[in-house]
Write a protein that binds this ligand. Structure first.
Ligand code: SF4
Length: 436
């Protein structure tokens, strides 16, 4: 029996697909790469943008002819899209070949539902539950992903996530430490802690757990490995977390800190709960404590009411902070969020013009920051082969920079030293430095 999982969206979903895969492997399924040969197809969906949803529905529609050829095929849809109000039922109505729809906190029901589907029933479960501890089927070595907190309490006005992922639920610290230890025992060399807002970790447990405490405990595990985390909300990144990163060599000196806008007025309309000055002061504190830290960010242009002056403030912040890289987005209206019905939506022409200017500004900075690496030696964890080039491998520095280097031996999973020779935008190229 074969399984095929189609994953959409963020790293959280990629990791959740590892949990789905584990359930299917335990039931005796094997992964296949051709959907038409599958006995079960799972769509692990995203709804961050309306366009993403339309694309997913089109993909689900393509399954119709596969089901015709194989009437025993099981089709399941889970993830953020199915959690939205009314969507589970509308999926079942629109696609009669779907057997199972599960919400974001219902994955633990998958095994049972698969058994029940064999009696030709259809199921939709989207009631919020406590997140079950589920094991993962991982093929991602040397990098392992570990959830530490689910959900989000922040309700940024443009974001659908709190509406589909629910309130924050932290995992018990001991369970996280056990999972990380197990991965390290199995040879993993880099662990990335995952959460919509990792800095909130522990607040809902009311037992003194905190993100800084968790980082300190994990960093002291007696293994040679690196620890990373995503994502941090600027309002919650504490001095204790900054200290933990500074104190431990194995916590990567890399922080993804989405600012979203450089205008305090727009940040208020986004309900981000920090000002432009708060953000700049936080970056200054981080840089004072953690030399050579790589700070990356997300910025959205064209949020409702964004004036040319607001956008200018964003460009000014980008020039002051000098991110090592930046993910730039055009604001897109998301039904079900407060920003959807805000007045003064910005025209697409203005949004396109602003994103072009933002990218141009950041590209200049990225190139300048990259040149600071030239001639220096960095330790890289080799993560993969770069198949675009012969005998080329890639990995990252602890401050998060991607490095390509030539080598004719497979070094995946090893720490090596590389001298940087050149750069192309955010990507660095270098040569292996042999010991001695
Ligand atoms: S912090 Fe804001 S942007 Fe991030 S998931 Fe929560 S609501 Fe969405």
């Amino acid at each position: 029996m074969n399984y095929y999982i189609k994953t959409y969206g963020c790293q959280m979903n990629v990791h959740e697909s590892e949990k789905i895969a584990n359930i299917l492997v335990e039931l005796g399924y094997q992964e296949c790469t051709d959907m038409s040969t599958a006995d079960i197809i799972v769509f692990n969906t995203c709804c961050i943008r309306g366009t993403a949803e339309d694309k997913i529905k089109a993909h689900i529609g393509e399954v119709k002819h596969i089901k015709k050829a194989n009437p025993n095929l099981i089709v399941a849809v889970c993830g953020c899209m199915s959690q939205q109000e009314g969507v589970a039922q509308s999926l079942l109505n629109r696609f009669p070949f779907i057997n199972i729809v599960l919400g974001t906190t219902n994955l633990h029901l998958l095994k049972e539902r698969i058994a029940q589907v064999k009696n030709s029933k259809r199921y939709a479960n989207t009631d919020y539950c406590h997140h079950a501890e589920l094991e993962s089927y991982r093929t991602s070595t040397p990098n392992g992903w570990v959830n530490i907190i689910y959900g989000c309490n922040n309700y940024c006005t443009y974001c659908i996530v709190p509406h589909v992922r629910g309130r924050e639920q932290s995992r018990q610290e001991d369970n996280i430490v056990d999972e990380v230890t197990q991965l390290l025992e199995n040879g993993y060399k880099e662990i990335t802690l995952l959460g919509q807002n990792v800095n909130s970790y522990g607040k809902d447990l009311n037992d003194g757990s905190s993100f800084a405490g968790l980082l300190n405990r994990l960093a002291e595990l007696p293994y040679r490995y690196r620890l990373r985390f995503i994502t941090s909300h600027p309002k919650d990144l504490s001095d204790e977390v900054i200290d933990a990163i500074a104190r431990h060599d194995n916590i990567c000196k890399s922080i993804h800190l989405p600012v979203q806008s450089g205008s305090t007025d727009i940040l208020r309309r986004m309900n981000r709960r920090y000002t432009r000055e708060d953000y700049i002061a936080l970056v200054d504190r981080i840089r004072a404590s953690i030399p050579n830290v790589g700070i990356t960010s997300d910025i959205m242009v064209g949020f409702p009411n964004e004036t040319e002056q607001d956008f200018f403030d964003t460009l000014d912040l980008v020039n002051r902070v000098r991110f090592s890289s930046l993910f730039c987005f055009i604001y897109s209206r998301r039904k079900g969020t407060p920003a959807y019905s805000m007045d003064n939506q910005v025209s697409i022409e203005v949004k396109r013009d602003r994103i072009k200017r933002l990218i141009t500004t950041q590209n200049i900075i990225t190139n300048q920051v990259s040149q600071e690496y030239h001639g220096k030696v960095y330790e890289i964890l080799v993560e993969d082969r770069n198949d675009k080039y012969d005998n080329t491998y890639c990995g990252r520095t602890d401050c998060g920079r991607l490095v390509n280097f030539g080598c004719d031996t497979d070094l995946i999973g090893q720490f090596v030293n590389v001298r940087i020779r050149k750069s192309a935008s955010a990507t660095l190229w270098g040569d292996l430095v042999m010991d001695g």
